[in-house]
Design a protein around this ligand. Sequence first.
Ligand SMILES: Nc1ncnc2c1ncn2[C@@H]1O[C@H](COP(=O)(O)OP(=O)(O)OP(=O)(O)O)[C@@H](O)[C@H]1O
Length: 204
Amino acid sequence: MLKAHQLSFQFSPGVPLLQAASLTLSAGQWVGISGDSGAGKSTLGKLLAGYLAPQAGSVTLDGAALPKSGVQPVQWLPQSPELAVNPRWRVAKILREAWTPSNAQCQAFGLQEKWLSRLPQSLSGGELQRVCVLRALAPEVRFLVADEISTMLDPITQVELWQALKQEAAQRQLGVLVISHDSALLERLCPQRFHLSGGQLTPW
Ligand SMILES: Nc1ncnc2c1ncn2[C@@H]1O[C@H](COP(=O)(O)OP(=O)(O)OP(=O)(O)O)[C@@H](O)[C@H]1O
């Protein structure tokens, strides 16, 4: 179980972003987070994945702190995949950085063989996003923070990406936190949803 307990965080002194916010994500559970631009959704996601450390409160995985080395069991997937890859690596190397997905998994996420020998900047944002999502699904990974990951995809590719992720998550009992401005998407994907405002999470 991934647990955020009474997290408080601020970038600037006197400007609190999160104020004692708590959230629990169990294996296989899908939870949605909405909130206005600047409310702190990505910051919450980064705290949960260990990219940032809270100033108060804690993030634990099965009662222990997140590991400091090795494949991170909580993966944060950002909206802009081009910022999350080495621009000098070919797509094949990027995809297989932590593990080697099967052909069936590549197919399920709509990856094309011809992309593998190319540099990431020659893929569209949506193509590269699919590579990055699959790259993040190493066997050690147990929770995903999907931060606006389908915003740049066309509607059909969006549906395909979420279907592939749903299937993978169900098979492996991955817990998924979906961050989005799209309330219809959150309603469709996540039985449990929270709105982040004023540093607090409110169920909706
Ligand atoms: N590294 C940083 N240093 C200083 N301020 C930051 C930093 N990162 C984010 N912020 C500020 O913290 C606030 C929350 O940012 P965050 O990205 O978490 O919001 P968000 O809810 O995800 O917004 P959006 O929906 O627009 O992506 C914003 O006002 C942002 O400018």
